[in-house]
Design a binder for this molecule. Structure first.
Ligand SMILES: *Cc1c(COP(=O)(O)O)cnc(C)c1O
Length: 455
């Protein structure tokens, strides 16, 4: 039967796509089927090429079909594709753990593997919870979590429980555990009506008030350092992260840094926490870890937390968690090669001038009538479109202004995916300055054309 169907027909018949209203997907005649990638370009089955403007959803680092990464997988495949880490060790996962500890903020000395950002977060939450239960001192129940509004930490029930995006999370409320929410430092739409750069960090003061009242009940605070990603590319003001760390220290709360999106060079340093000299107690990493090649993630933690689980089996302090593909050798091997490329190609050293170029170019966008706010941390950019710049009135979500801009960009040769009314630009870190310029030109023109039509 299926032989007569085209690939796209088969897709529409059998596949349920993530974060996708399938009615829209199925009813729209044309859909791109990506056949291959090369460098920062994607090629579809029609032979058309597109810039990978969001790094295949925030993953890709060195481009597609990167020789060294391809080779690392092939070499590992000649040995073994997968063996379990339950009771056994493997070579690439061990080597990767050593490298991760080397490059991570100070104090993070132990690596627990899983296979997605969501599970890395989930593991961090469970570790933090169990840690306090197994401490000998009486420190209070310590069984709750603090999170920020607009937070995104993944799609599993635990990670959704610490999420703060109503559109994604509201319907699942009855399934979730309660978390305590503090307003995110969203300077363009400040919850306390303060002005950017002139404020008194009221958000931090409010957070401290909340913590003062409930710290004995709180196991950990979880945060996306520097930039809340899926919540709309919300950049925290300088100093916010360090102040959060101070509060966690002062009130004996663990700090979980979700570096899934911002880690591995995205913000210009290997990890975003480094910008403010912060060492979290637990750090979740995924996305860029394998250069965007294979699913693998890690939850790193301190000796102190690790030691609270380290005891005779009879004490029942084991961390009973693990996935079938935990520490997959192919994924670990390509991750090691990814980190080697950071060194060999001086990726981080080459970031500042690229970031500066993007910053300069973004200034031109401010002149556009419907660009309300531009938020950038390294090569992570959000451009918020508004109906009225003066009042910051948003476009009604039904207008799908973000989607419209991305469709326009696609016609101009670039794949983008928006977050509501926020246009996201997350190019692979290997993009050259002229490629960055090219891509930004496409975004500029797409915004200009779509928003001119809409006003
Ligand atoms: C993408 C993301 C996750 C979830 O990662 P998955 O691999 O998609 O499960 C968690 N936290 C942040 C900050 C993310 O951007």
């Amino acid at each position: 039967m299926t032989e007569d169907m085209s690939l796209l027909e088969k897709d529409k018949e059998y596949v349920w796509h993530p974060f996708t209203q399938m009615k829209e997907w199925v009813e729209k005649e044309e859909q791109l089927i990506i056949e291959r990638g090369e460098g920062i370009k994607l090629y579809d089955t029609e032979g058309d090429e597109y810039y990978d403007g969001v790094s295949s959803i925030w993953l890709n680092v060195h481009g597609h079909q990167k020789e060294e990464l391809d080779q690392a997988i092939k070499d590992q495949l000649d040995k073994i594709a997968h063996s379990t880490m339950l009771g056994l060790a493997n070579e690439p996962a061990t080597n990767l753990a050593e490298k991760l500890v080397e490059i991570s903020p100070q104090g993070l000395n132990k690596v627990f593997y899983s296979d997605s950002g969501s599970t890395a977060v989930e593991i961090g939450l469970k570790m933090a919870f169990q840690y306090w239960q197994q401490l000998d001192e009486d420190v209070g129940p310590k069984d709750k979590f603090i999170t920020l509004t607009n937070a995104y930490h993944g799609d599993t029930i635990g990670s959704v429980s610490v999420g703060g995006i109503d559109l994604f999370h509201e319907i699942y409320k009855p399934m979730l555990f309660n978390s305590l929410k503090t307003p995110s430092p969203h300077c363009y739409r400040c919850a306390f009506d303060e002005e950017r750069k002139e404020c008194d960090f009221t958000c931090i003061k409010e957070l401290e008030k909340m913590i003062q009242e409930c710290h004995q009940e709180v196991a950990a605070l979880i945060i996306e350092p520097l930039m809340q990603g899926a919540g709309g590319m919300i950049a925290a003001p300088e100093g916010y992260l360090a102040k959060v760390r101070e509060l966690c220290d002062k009130y004996n709360i663990l700090m979980i840094a979700d570096e899934v999106a911002v880690g591995f060079g995205r913000t210009g340093k290997m990890f975003a926490c480094e910008h403010e000299d912060v060492s979290p107690d637990i750090m979740a990493v995924a996305k860029g870890i394998s250069g965007g090649y294979l699913p693998i993630s890690a939850t790193l933690t301190t000796d102190e937390i690790y030691d609270a689980f380290y005891d005779d089996y009879e004490t029942q302090k084991t961390f009973f968690h693990g996935h079938s593909y935990t520490g997959n050798p192919l994924a670990a091997a390509v991750s090691v090669a990814n980190l080697e490329l950071f060194e060999e190609e001086n990726i981080l050293e080459r970031m500042p001038s690229k970031i500066e170029m993007v910053t300069d170019k973004l200034e031109e966008f401010e002149g556009l009538e419907h660009v309300g706010d531009i938020r950038q941390q390294g090569l992570m950019v959000g451009i918020e479109l508004v109906k009225d710049k003066g009042t910051k009135e948003p476009y009604p979500w039904q207008e799908k202004i973000g989607v419209q801009v991305c469709i326009e960009a696609r016609d101009k040769g670039m794949i983008l995916r928006p977050l509501g009314n926020v246009i996201v630009f997350m190019p692979p870190l290997c993009s050259t300055k002229s490629q960055l310029e090219d891509m930004m030109e496409i975004i500029y023109k797409s915004i200009e054309e779509v928003t001119n039509d809409s006003s």
